[in-house]
Design a protein. Structure first.
Ligand SMILES: [Zn+2]
Length: 266
């Protein structure tokens, strides 16, 4: 996933997974004089939640001597997530959850920030649990082609897209949590107040129940998808990436998802 001379940007939310990843990559990076590391945190603008996480992320960066870059929804898009949720409530008609908006906007924010600092890789702390949940979620949503795009190491599909890597994709969440506890790493443990992905929660519970009865089942789901993915990629390839008519960012449509969402909110 990483080369000896990579400049790696780590997406750090302040939760246990991302803070553990930062500590582990910092340890590895020390052995590679040509490599460099920095952390990126996206401030979505969630009152009473993100402020604490930002502080924890920045304390961990200080401790490790890592540069910390903070980017925000307000500065990039003109709205905080709190304001977006307020607008969605007033409109009342949108079927999308705050998580759906946040996911799209955060993805673009991370890519833009990583590109601006000249990063070769953008590392995110998605664990085996996140990956298997997403696989099943995409299947249950009927969005299977997405599985081809969201993989442990993304393709260099467009010069404006920083290659994304997920070093924890085969690590169970329990182990990243254990690492943080054993190393006495400070992390934010309060969940996001908007966390409302009902279907993902059901899938998480189901997978945890199955894992308890049939050890290794999360790996099996993950590995099965790794084997099917090349076939899915053959279909996805035909789509190709264009540049958004409004913001110039890579997209499969004429106008990217972010711009579509911002239009709806305006
Ligand atoms: Zn756009």
């Amino acid at each position: 996933m990483l080369n000896f001379d990579d400049k790696t940007a780590v997406a750090v939310s302040g939760g246990k997974d991302s803070v553990s990843l930062l500590h582990i990559l910092a340890k590895i990076e020390k052995k590679h004089p040509k490599a460099s590391l920095l952390a990126i945190t996206v401030d979505e603008g969630i009152k009473g939640y993100r402020d604490e996480a930002l502080k924890i992320a920045s304390e961990n960066c200080d401790e490790l001597g890592i540069k910390h870059v903070v980017t925000s929804f307000r500065e990039l898009y003109g709205f905080t997530l709190d304001e977006i949720v307020e607008r969605l409530k007033r409109k009342g008609e949108s079927g999308l959850t705050p998580c759906a908006y946040c996911g799209v906007l955060r993805r673009k924010a991370l890519n833009t920030a990583a590109r601006n600092v000249g990063a070769d890789k953008l590392a995110t702390a998605h664990t085996l649990d996140d990956e298997t949940q997403t696989i099943l979620l995409n299947i249950l949503h009927g969005d299977v082609l997405r599985i081809a795009r969201e993989k442990p190491v993304t393709d260099e599909a467009h010069p404006k897209l920083v290659q994304k890597v997920k070093p924890f994709c085969e690590i169970p969440e329990k182990e990243t949590a254990l690492y943080a506890y054993v190393r006495r790493i400070r992390f934010q443990s309060t969940p996001c107040p908007y966390a409302s992905e009902a279907l993902r929660n059901d899938i998480r519970q189901m997978l945890n129940r199955m894992e308890e009865k049939h050890t290794g089942i999360k790996f099996t789901v993950f590995k099965s998808m790794e084997r099917i993915r090349p076939a899915l990629e053959q279909i996805v390839k035909k789509e190709g990436l264009k540049e958004c008519y409004e913001c110039g960012e890579p997209t499969t449509e004429r106008i990217c998802k972010t711009c579509q969402m911002l239009r709806e909110l305006a």
